[in-house]
Design a protein around this ligand. Structure first.
Ligand code: ADP
Ligand code: MG
Length: 584
């Protein structure tokens, strides 16, 4: 490009006395640096000082999707990172916009997903002297403790290296969130166009394979061989790794029952012979050796100890993880296997040889018996056509829909809506279940749904509690604006957990967990030109979802659920503190 006006002809040496020097600027360099590294999509909210940047990025062929709130754009970028193994990019304005995006960046980091939050910021000179600039905030300092890495670029000639550093930090080793601070005046800085092009960096091998040590592989195989009741736990690190074939090979060759963590459901179909999903309590309690594959022994697995692990009986752990510090985080790891999941599992499969012995039949039979009994017990409950709907009836209908449409992406958040859907709806393909992740955070639904549709082109079914939906509900406008094939089902039970709570003071306000009775969330979708449907029984629900998935039109189905169905905090009510002095 050649800039006109005051930027032109700054240095007359290059092209002779009267040839204008070709210049570039921060706007173009940042766009070129992102494009050079295959960034195809930016999720964000425009405003000072990045409005023109977004506009120009769109003009340069990057898909720039504008949201109604930065947190939702950030959640979209986080899920884009999970689905693609490339950093999802979120673009925000300074201070408040930055802070809104930061929650999602912390969420991405907690979940080990690569994401880059790019925020405009105000004048460094004024911020550092705290002289009260427009949206003044030391964003870099604030971001640092909440993400994997944080960088600021001050000079146009450093944009190439700054972007490269951000990308490598996000995707290498344990993936995570990276903050990139872009002071507004950086975008306007000019430099020689040829020098500028030379300053850009294409990141080579951003997430290098990490091969486990042969001695660690042998140790792991020894521990597994010694097991009488082995179990494999597949986590979302394993689905993130996109080495689906070797995961299947390891599971099938070993013959060991496996338990998928929530977002690892579908890595192997939930209907797989060796799935121990419906026998979860039994396998956690009884297993003597557990092979953790891209899963952490955090709260979601009771930290690897206590009642659910059948204490005092002690479990031996083999753990595969790319992050060495994860080992022994909660309990002793007998055989740590540090490396990327593809390399580690290939090494294990290689080391198993042709004479590998399947686990004792008594164990696999016991798991199967428990599983079959639990599946049979649930089956009849899921077929009810009750009015008002309960969770079983409504989710039984959605279970059948995913069975018939296994390539659809299921987004899921809420309390009871989350817990019941996770156990009831079988998944058949990898990375098709997107939910609240490691934090169990509410509000990720619409960002996830939008990114899932954009990144994969597949239809999305978002199953949302009414409370969870409220956190990001305004993004139905975004879904309509971009005409995305998203079908949202709001499980409307008039409140948080249930809609039946009463105000303990007897006052006129409703209880703290109660919403407006019989709200018509479907009309929100109609307001923006999408399809809204109100349903009251599982048959209507089935028909409405099928119509939405067939048409690909943005649809919101308001599914009236019995306000008395569901329990406080779903499956994790035990995490609530209880007053010892007693309630009124
Ligand atoms: P879940 O919630 O499903 O148990 P977690 O998020 O707790 O999953 O664990 C995922 C783990 O996977 C993290 O410890 C992370 O370091 C690890 N991980 C992510 N990507 C890879 C990879 N490519 N290879 C090995 N480990 C990985
Ligand atoms: Mg509710």
């Amino acid at each position: 490009m050649t800039l006109s006006g005051s930027a032109q002809g700054v240095d007359e040496k290059a092209g002779g006395a009267d040839a204008p020097q070709a210049l570039t600027d921060g706007f173009h360099l940042l766009i070129d640096a992102l494009k050079l590294n295959d960034v195809k999509t930016i999720y964000g909210v425009p405003g000072i000082p990045i409005t023109d940047f977004g506009r120009m990025a769109q003009g340069a062929g990057i898909r720039v999707l504008s949201f109604r709130h930065e947190q939702n754009a950030g959640n979209a970028a986080a899920i884009a990172g999970y689905l693609t193994k490339k950093p999802g990019i979120c673009l925000t304005v300074s201070a408040p916009g930055f802070l809104n995006g930061l929650t999602a960046l912390a969420h991405a980091t907690t979940n080990c997903w690569p994401m880059i939050l790019i925020s405009g910021s105000s004048e460094r000179e004024i911020v550092d002297l705290m002289q009260g600039d427009y949206e003044e905030m030391d964003q870099l300092a604030i971001a640092k403790p909440l993400c994997k890495a944080a960088y600021r670029i001050l000079h146009a000639q450093d944009i190439g290296i700054g972007v490269a550093r951000a990308i490598r930090a996000a995707v290498s080793g344990r993936p995570g969130g990276v903050y990139l601070d872009i002071p507004g005046n950086l975008l306007g800085q000019v430099m020689d166009e040829v020098e500028g092009a030379k300053s850009l960096v294409k990141v080579i091998d951003p997430a290098p394979a990490q091969i486990p040590a042969p001695s660690a592989v042998e140790r792991a195989l020894e521990v597994i061989k010694g097991a009488k009741k082995p179990l494999i736990i597949l986590g979302k690190g394993a689905s993130y790794a996109q080495c689906d074939d070797v995961v299947r090979e390891f599971v099938e060759k070993s013959g060991i029952p496996y338990l998928p963590m929530s977002m690892a459901k579908g890595l192997l179909p939930d209907t797989h012979e060796q799935s121990a999903g419906p026998a979860r309590s039994l396998v956690l309690k009884e297993s003597d050796v557990v092979v953790m594959v891209g899963a952490r022994l955090n709260w979601l697995l009771s930290h690897g100890k206590g009642k659910s692990w059948g204490e005092p009986h002690s479990t031996k752990f083999v753990q595969i993880d790319i992050e060495p510090k994860e080992m022994d985080s909660n309990v002793e790891i007998a055989a740590p296997l540090v490396g990327d999941i593809g390399s580690c599992l290939s090494a294990l499969v290689g080391g198993m040889g042709d004479d590998w012995k399947a686990p004792p039949k008594e164990w696999t039979d016991a798991v199967k018996a428990k599983k079959d009994a639990n599946v049979a017990r649930m089956a009849s409950k899921l077929q009810n056509n009750n009015v008002p709907m309960d969770y079983n009836g409504a989710l039984g209908a959605l279970k059948n829909i995913i069975k018939e449409r296994p390539d659809a992406i299921l987004v899921n958040e809420g309390a009871n809506t989350l817990d019941f859907a996770r156990s009831i709806i079988d998944m058949y393909q990898p990375r098709k279940r997107l939910d609240v992740g490691t934090w169990g955070v509410m509000g990720v639904g619409m960002g996830s749904a939008i990114a899932a549709a954009v990144e994969t082109g597949k239809p999305v079914l978002a199953v949302e509690g009414d409370s969870a939906f409220g956190f990001s509900g305004m993004e139905v406008e975004t879904i309509c604006r971009y005409k995305l094939p998203v079908c949202i089902v709001v499980f409307n039970n008039n409140g948080i957990y249930r809609g039946t709570d009463v105000n303990q003071s007897g006052g006129s306000d409703v209880a703290t967990t109660v919403f407006v009775e019989n709200s018509r969330y479907d009309l929100m979708m109609e307001a923006f030109g999408g399809v809204g449907v109100h349903v009251t029984n599982p048959d209507e629900l089935t028909r409405a979802v099928n119509a939405a998935m067939d048409s690909g039109k943005p649809t919101l189905i308001n599914a009236a659920i019995d306000p008395a169905a569901g329990k406080e905090s779903g499956n994790i009510g035990s995490l609530n503190p209880v007053s010892v002095v007693g309630k009124k």
